[in-house]
Design a binder for this molecule. Sequence first.
Ligand code: GUN
Length: 291
Amino acid sequence: MSLKILSGLEVSKHLYSQYIQKISKLKTKNIIPGLAVVLVGDNPASKIYVRSKTKKFNDLDLHSTTIKVENSTTEDDLIKIINKLNNDKKYHGILVQLPLPNHIDKNKIINSIDPKKDVDGFHPENVGLLSIGSPRFIPCTPKGIIRLMEFYNISLKNKHVVVVGRSNLVGRPISILASSKGEFLNGTTTICHSGTPDLSIYTKTADVLISAIGKTEFLTSNHIKRDAILIDVGINKISSNNSKGYRIVGDFKWDSISKVASYATPVPGGVGPMTIAMLIENTIIAAELYS
Ligand code: GUN
């Protein structure tokens, strides 16, 4: 079986055409879905992510603003900014770009976002709702992964899904979502992490292997079984002699896995565009439910 590509770029284009109809419907009620992004400091990767997120909002004629604050901002000042946004009707969604500087307690900041505007799905109320099977906002990357597989008619039912990485952004929520009841879900999940001894014992049993560890080309054909479905969340920068001086690669070593896997997401063009599409989808949901 030759490798089939799971193209987030293609699927997200298809989704945007559906969103346009929802956006038009909201406009007839004078509602324009709006997102406020808070960017603390000058982390170069965060700046690029935020730019690509807000660009999509602009392309779709949605409302978005980026509030840039100094790296030295205090926790209290940041909470004041969030409180203002919580009470601003223009913004249906609030996203505080992570990571935050070390002097700021990420959890305190996430907890201060109105859970009905938490389009990232990181607030404990939304994490809890996902855990009990009544999700409100599902974190964008996990939701995008499921949507991507849905598009290619890949169900997780009767499949062993192995997740590598236990972050609150991706690893934990995708393991909860994949094992939830629902169409295309019902997977049996295992979660591996940096403390897992002999990772390949687990990864080799995966029908669907999801990597979110951010380690350049770490997983190879030695970690996977024949015809596995591979989902690569990694976005890793490596030096290159192209005009930019770098290129982006995933957690899987493409040349190695491409002869063994049945489906795989490319990097770039796989999970990344789906994450942005889901941010737009969650903001539209917030506008529909709570304006
Ligand atoms: N940093 C990397 N990914 C994300 C994300 O999905 N949301 C936020 N808020 N920060 C991030």
